[in-house]
Design a protein around this ligand. Structure first.
Ligand SMILES: [Zn+2]
Length: 695
């Protein structure tokens, strides 16, 4: 229903490129000729890509633009019982999952043939085999639990931790490869805080909002899960107390989420030689040996004090308490591979945190698990069906137009001095933005998969991936790798790579279609995603990395002071917004995302104007809406969504993104062109009389 005939509204001239450019018109000196071609017919709103039924025309757009653009959607949407939120992103995810389910079921039903399809089919068949999973019981985690049971002193405790890490279970801390912040051409190992079962340290340390209630529920949940794993009732109570004490101590040592947004606070190159200095009793040589990578030397820790703290903690508590904490970490991490009783108890915790009402059907879990384990095999039929034809070229043209808008923005920003402007232009010139849709080369998955055991397959996939990741340490960076699989409905900017990545899963209606009116594609995918991601390179976090991806201060002092002032303006603005009554947004935690949202809208707007002047012949009258009104409407509808209150509260506490309502109303209040387009009087919420402007 959204489809328009191809090339009726070509995206950014992609279709027009096939036709020869019109000859320049000579100056007219005589009477102008009578026009022989009538103007193109007006386009109904419903054919642009905007969904008129999602709107609520009774709402004044100047009071609450989110409610105007998405009020109809919110009113008519019932959050599915197996979700905590439902919006455009989830609806695209659902369509993608249904498609992938078809691929996997077909593969599972056919025996033999193509090896890639066989692997996918076997993986899915084992995952969907609930009787087989029930029969396995706790057997898949028994070897790890037995290993933990043998802990009797500090030496055997450390040895058990090493073994768990080698199995991708991470009590206390974790290990992964990362680009060296100071030399982005090289891969090093990063050791980082980990080991909490609740989503954030605040859940252990504070009592406001629902924190205390959630923590109390979690305490019971730990006990119920350990009992399911076979712990005797007499031991469960003591185990729960131990787990809460140790996790509470880890929470105190952990950096908070705002601190972790500062790259200088999470990067400390200590290397192998420096580890004994910060955690003197932990057997680091045995650790890297146990992981299978004794040669790893280049290492950064997030925070030396954290590692000093856990080293002391390891000596403080009794072996019995550690046995309880490690057993809990195994059960919590591996529950997703186990029987229904574990899934249901894990779900009960999730329901408490998010307000979700029902466990999702098994097939969805298996689609996601296959995407995680064999993502680029599963992606190939997806891309062929869902991102065909010239989709990639059109999306790349859109990316190019937004990058060009950023160049224009950098050229004209009044608060930048010339030295900083040159460095910023250099960063933009070095921005990689050709990863659109899917990788040029597909990766392989060299591990065994059979129909016999889901847990065995899933754990083999995880171990293979951990080894593949750690093998990168000490080597030059591979610039061809993707951090998301192609069906993923998301996108990212990576500051060390200085690149944006746009999977095909994101380049789908209602965000993007080759058949949408260009102002819709520019407003939604262009501003919402591409402009947003490009701006991340210049937000309060990304702007600390230079064009080569190195953490380096390329700012003049004065310009940096003005940038910081503009950032504070955004932080104060969003700190005033409420997620749910009584719980405000954290302006510092969300500032990078909010700067990216505001910047994205501005870049999209500049790209819209460039399109309007370069492709006047493609412009259409749309049911009384101007192109700018359509643009803002498309941006807002990209965020139409409804959430449970518990989910909104969790978002506000843990997520660097603002909730959808504020991802719309926040930027609109900061872009004067919005107030002009919708003729908002001064003093209305969308025209506050003050704008926060960074990029
Ligand atoms: Zn973002």
């Amino acid at each position: 229903m959204r489809r328009l005939s191809a090339c009726l509204v070509p995206l950014l001239g992609a279709c027009a490129a096939a036709a020869p450019a019109p000859a320049p018109v000579p100056p007219v000196t005589t009477a102008p000729p009578v026009a022989t071609t009538p103007p193109p017919p007006s386009l109904p709103l419903a054919q642009t890509g905007i969904d008129a039924t999602w709107m609520d025309p009774a709402v004044d757009p100047c009071q609450d633009f989110f409610a105007y653009a998405c009020g109809g959607f919110v009113k008519s949407t019932v959050i599915p019982s197996d979700r905590a939120t439902w919006g455009t992103t989830e609806s695209v995810q659902r369509k993608n999952e249904e498609f992938l389910r078809g691929v996997l079921e077909t593969a599972a039903a056919s025996a033999g043939g193509d090896p890639a399809l066989r692997k996918l089919g076997d993986y899915y068949a084992a995952c969907i085999d609930e009787p087989g999973i029930e029969k396995a019981g706790v057997a898949p985690i028994k070897p790890l639990l037995d290993r933990i049971a043998r802990i009797k002193d500090k030496r055997t405790l450390a040895a058990a931790i090493v073994e768990l890490h080698a199995s991708n279970v991470f009590p206390l801390f974790d290990v992964s490869p990362q680009q060296d912040f100071k030399d982005a051409t090289q891969m090093i190992a990063g050791l980082d805080q980990n080991g909490l079962g609740l989503p954030d340290r605040d859940y252990y340390l504070k009592d406001d909002g629902n924190l205390k209630d959630v923590r109390e529920f979690y305490t019971g949940h730990v006990g119920r899960m350990l009992a399911l794993a076979g712990m005797k009732p007499a031991e469960v109570k003591a185990a729960t107390v131990d787990v809460m004490r140790i996790e509470g101590a880890l929470a105190k040592l952990s950096q908070d989420k705002v601190t972790r947004r500062d790259p200088y606070k999470v990067y400390h190159r200590v290397d192998r030689g420096g580890l004994p200095g910060i955690a003197k009793t932990f057997p680091w040589d045995a650790y890297f040996e146990g992981l299978g990578f004794p040669g790893i030397q280049a290492i950064s820790v997030n925070d030396p004090a954290y590692f000093t703290g856990i080293d002391a903690l390891l000596g403080d508590d009794k072996p019995g308490a550690w046995r309880h904490y490690l057993a809990w970490t195994v059960v919590r991490t591996e529950a997703k591979f186990l029987s229904k009783a574990f899934l249901e108890e894990s779900f009960a915790m999730r329901a408490k945190l998010t307000g979700q009402k029902e466990l999702e059907p098994r097939w969805k879990k298996c689609v996601r698990s296959a995407d995680g384990a064999l993502g680029e095999l599963l992606a190939q039929p997806y891309v062929a069906a869902k991102f065909a034809g010239d989709s990639r070229e059109r999306a790349r043209a859109l990316v190019g137009s937004i990058a060009e808008a950023m160049r224009g923005d950098l050229e004209s920003l009044p608060w930048m001095d010339e030295m900083t402007r040159v460095a910023a232009m250099n960063k933009l010139a070095n921005l990689h933005h050709d990863k659109v849709g899917y990788p040029d080369k597909w990766r392989s998955y060299d591990f065994e998969v059979s129909r016999a055991s889901f847990a065995t397959n899933a754990m083999a996939a995880i171990r293979f991936e951990l080894r593949r990741q750690l093998a990168k340490v000490g080597k030059p960076v591979d610039r061809t790798e993707w951090g998301m699989t192609p069906p993923t409905v998301n996108a990212y900017y990576d500051p060390s790579m200085n690149e944006i990545v746009l999977p095909a899963g994101e380049l789908q209606p209602p965000f993007f279609s080759r058949d949408f009116y260009p102002a819709v594609n520019i407003g939604d995918e262009g501003a919402n995603t591409i402009g947003h991601e490009i701006t991340h390179g210049f937000d309060d976090e990304g702007s600390q990395f230079d064009g080569d991806g190195n953490l380096r201060d390329w700012w003049s002092k004065d310009t940096k002071a003005r940038f910081d002032e503009a950032t504070r303006c955004v932080q104060e603005q969003y700190s005033g917004y409420e997620a749910v009554p009584g719980v405000k947004l954290n302006g510092e935690l969300t500032s990078g995302e909010n700067i990216a949202d505001i910047g994205g809208v501005k870049l999209g707007l500049a790209a819209l104007r460039a399109w309007e002047s370069a492709h006047a012949e493609e412009r259409r009258a749309v049911d009384g809406f101007s192109d700018e009104q359509i643009f803002f409407l498309a941006y807002a509808q990209g965020w139409c969504s409804k959430e449970t209150p518990a989910f909104l509260e969790m978002l506000a506490r843990t997520n660097p993104h603002s909730p959808p309502r504020w991802r719309v109303n926040g930027p609109m209040a900061d872009v004067p062109a919005f107030a002009q387009a919708y003729q908002c009087k001064a003093g209305t919420p969308m025209n506050r009389g003050k704008v926060c402007s960074v990029w």
